[in-house]
Design a protein around this ligand. Sequence first.
Ligand code: AMP
Ligand code: ZN
Length: 117
Amino acid sequence: MSDATSSCLFCRILRGEIPSRKVYEDDYVYAFEDIDPKAPTHVLVIPKKHFSGLNHATGQDAELIGRCHLAAAEIARQRDIEKGYRTVLNVGPESGQSVFHLHVHLIGGRKLAWPPG
Ligand code: AMP
Ligand code: ZN
């Protein structure tokens, strides 16, 4: 196991070393409840392959990034929040990214302000 994946919080969640509240899983992605929800629905969707963020993604990651969004859309459908939700990728420390394993936030279930802060 590489240093990046051994210490990565979300790789540890994927390995079951840290508990999570699973929402969805397939061969490519895993989704779980955010521990500090900012809305009635706040789910994180992560690729099962580690990469640190959108700024380090390559063309080879295009399908996985798409699958994270499609999983978010499916969860939104299941939760009946389709009249308004947001998928968010924080990229880099100034965006608020705190976990450096790419993740899509699915936020919804309430009226969302625009633009985000
Ligand atoms: P970001 O700030 O975009 O990197 O998002 C990281 C998210 O991970 C935050 O919304 C945190 O609340 C969430 N988070 C941190 N630790 C855990 C955990 N153990 N289980 C679930 N969510 C977590
Ligand atoms: Zn990771």
